[in-house]
Design a protein. Sequence first.
Length: 226
Amino acid sequence: PEPPLYFARMKRDNRRGPALMPTLPQPVPLDTAGIALLAGRTDVVVLDTRTRGAFFAGHVPGSILAELDFQFGSIAGSYVEEGTPVYLVVEAARLDDAVRACVRVGLDRVVGYVTTDVLDDYARRGGQLRQTQVIDMAQMEAERRAGRGVVVDVRGVGEYEADHVPGAMLVPHTRVGTELNRLPRDTRLLVHCNSGARAAAAVSLLERHGFDVADVNDAFARYRQG
């Protein structure tokens, strides 16, 4: 598969040695007022480690979905530039896991965090959260055939070559951040992968950069050309 972008940093650090850290980052907890100050900012990154369903239902505007599972490293390491201040949305019991996962891919500036309970409280108080449009394969095909969007396939090259939607643009999810100038801004992007996980992360990054986007939260095995 296409190597995540942080591999270049990893090679560099393996060659010269990584910067020494006296301690792990000690991010500070944010309250509901602090969440409001993060919305829409581009000088920092909010990494939301919840499930994609929770993220779709409501997330801090501009945040990136990086579920705290086996794909966290490739997503966070490819979607966040080195040196960027990072805020986490994370369950309190998994804060240490999330901080260590960030450090392992070279994201050492983990400066703050929001627990899922605080985020829920923020939503109950009427705080500004963004929702993501979600469709399935049948809806994607209907939109494609009607000319109401461009399909973006964020799987790997091998998966795309084995089978793909007619006319779909191939942009492997670890390379989305480097391909933004190639993607159209005058139409909706219908983003899919194989199971929905990679597409969800890619959609969050595209939302952050102002694209009109819909997440195809469905398995590619269910695709049927109309």
